[in-house]
Write a protein that binds this ligand. Structure first.
Ligand code: BES
Ligand code: ZN
Ligand code: ZN
Length: 482
């Protein structure tokens, strides 16, 4: 089986015995000394590296010993870390061929079956190989060509599932890392349209300005009207489940550049606002992976996409706009635009009588202050959905933290001259919560909102992380297998 990463190709295979190339052996930190003795074939060999941290390693001849950390702290998190660090080390050392020796007991200790364990390992390993050099003259080709899994089990379906998931994850990161002069709303629409070839059960519609107007999505258009780029409303549907199955609806914020509009942002780091479509990138990637996996589920993805720009035609602070739902909104700050495009998409989702709706958005700087880059902010109005999300979060090792939707926060966005205000609070207090409350006013179904402003990018990976892609794939998959 082959994985294409840009201009590199990696073959994955399963064998009983060792092939040529580097042999990668895994161990808990406390057993590392013993194993190193075996590797170095010396009675007195003592480890010259501290292997207490998961992902730390030592290379001896043609063998690489990778630590999974201490066994008492062993979890999916430490496994993820080991897989990603291994990939980075292999890429940095330009190693061409590796054998992975992951025995069953590592899966048993996590109470997982071996093939799920291998899939998780591979997705995180492949994710660690990611690079983005699309605009570099000198290309950074990976040396890695062959990965052999040492096992007597039939793991081919596991490898192809891992590849389908990793490809979706790479799509998320690529879409997000592209600059805003490339990844325009039109570009996102074209990318979505290309998914029709993934599976015969996929249909994609890309609506332009005229059709968006006919639908009455006025707050979406109010954000878009300052820009020369045409807004697009992208709708993808995958009917893999029973005919009668209610759909899961995923909605992604697709602001391809957020200058703030007339309430313009300061210049420093404004370039980072090309990432304001990470929510859209995430749900598009999830859709692609689910369609590739051919899961028995009914999935709808909605992406309102436009630029938020200042100009003579841009909306102005104080403007009052009527949403598709009929509620009016007083735009006090044009930089709080995400909620304005999402409220029309959330209202649009009602017609599908969804099982549940999840929106994913780089919505507020306030969420970065609250949770940093560790956990995505999670808002949810249903306890069953909450526990399903938590389960998916744990098994995807993609952290979330639940935030409140108390009535008192809703009071902060009640309008003065209109029904709602697009910003609440005094000096932005509770800014992530009031933004979520604004969205909640447009939902009457099971709903969750992920504020990914802090988690969707990271300086460690020099750009998009792809989060919470893994969590959402896990959630949709668990639902499909119910
Ligand atoms: N896209 C931003 C949120 C954001 C900020 C994402 C930093 C990633 C990094 C959003 O549209 C925004 O500007 N929100 C404002 C809201 C404020 C005007 C109430 C914010 O968070 O400052
Ligand atoms: Zn903004
Ligand atoms: Zn924004």
């Amino acid at each position: 089986m082959q994985l294409k990463i840009k201009h590199s190709k990696i073959t994955f295979q399963v064998k009983n015995n060792l092939e040529k190339g580097l042999k990668v052996v895994f161990s808990f930190a406390e057993n590392a000394g013993e194993i190193f003795k075996e590797i170095s074939k010396s009675e007195s060999a003592s480890l010259f590296e501290n292997l207490n941290k998961a992902g730390s390693f030592v290379i001896y001849g043609q063998t690489m010993l990778v630590s999974l950390g201490g066994s008492e702290k062993y979890s999916l998190n430490t496994l993820t870390l080991a897989a990603t660090n291994l990939a980075k080390a292999i890429a940095a050392r330009e190693i061409a061929e590796i054998n992975l020796d992951l025995n069953n007991s590592f899966a048993d200790k996590l109470a997982m079956n071996f093939s799920d364990f291998i899939e998780k390992f591979l997705v995180n390993f492949i994710n660690g190989l990611y690079y983005f050099d699309d605009f570099k003259s000198e290309k950074a080709k990976l040396a890695l060509e062959k990965v052999t899994l040492i096992s007597s089990q039939k793991l081919d379906p596991t490898i192809s599932a891992a590849i389908a998931i990793a490809e979706g994850l790479f799509l998320v990161r690529d879409l997000a890392n592209n600059p805003s002069n490339v990844a325009t709303p039109t570009y996102l629409g074209k990318t979505a349209k290309s998914f029709e070839k993934l599976n015969k059960n996929v249909t994609v519609e890309v609506l332009g300005e005229k059709e968006i107007r006919e639908l009455g999505m006025n707050t979406f258009l109010a954000v878009a009207k300052g820009s020369k780029e045409e807004p697009k409303f992208i709708k993808l549907e995958y009917k893999g489940g029973k005919k009668s199955a209610k759909p899961i609806v995923l909605v992604g914020k697709g602001i391809t550049f957020d200058s703030g509009g007339i309430s313009i942002k300061p210049g420093a780091n404004m370039d980072e606002m090309k990432y304001d479509m990470c929510g859209a990138a995430t749900v598009l990637g999830v859709f692609a992976s689910i369609a590739k996996l051919g899961l028995p589920v009914h999935l709808i993805v909605l992406v309102p996409s436009c630029e938020n720009m200042p100009s003579g035609t841009a909306q102005k602070p104080g403007d009052i706009v009527t949403t598709m739902a009929g509620k009016t909104v007083e735009i006090l700050n044009t930089d709080a635009e995400g909620r304005l495009i999402l409220c029309d998409a959330l209202h649009y989702a009602k017609q599908f009588e969804p099982e549940f709706v999840i929106d994913v958005a780089t919505l507020t700087g306030a969420c970065i202050i609250a949770l940093g880059g560790v956990a995505s902010g999670l808002y949810v109005n249903d306890e069953g959905l909450y526990s399903d999300i938590l389960e998916a979060s744990e098994s995807a090792s993609d952290k979330v933290w639940r935030m409140p939707l108390f009535e008192e926060y809703h009071e902060l966005i009640q309008g003065n001259h209109a029904d709602l205000l697009n910003i609440g609070g005094w000096g932005g207090k509770g800014g992530s919560v009031t933004a979520a409350c604004f969205l909640q006013a447009f939902t009457d179904y099971k709903w969750a909102h992920f504020d990914i402003a802090g988690t969707s990018t990271s300086p460690e990976v020099k750009g998009a992380t792809g989060r919470p892609f893994k969590l959402l794939v896990e959630l949709v998959r668990n639902y499909a297998n119910k």
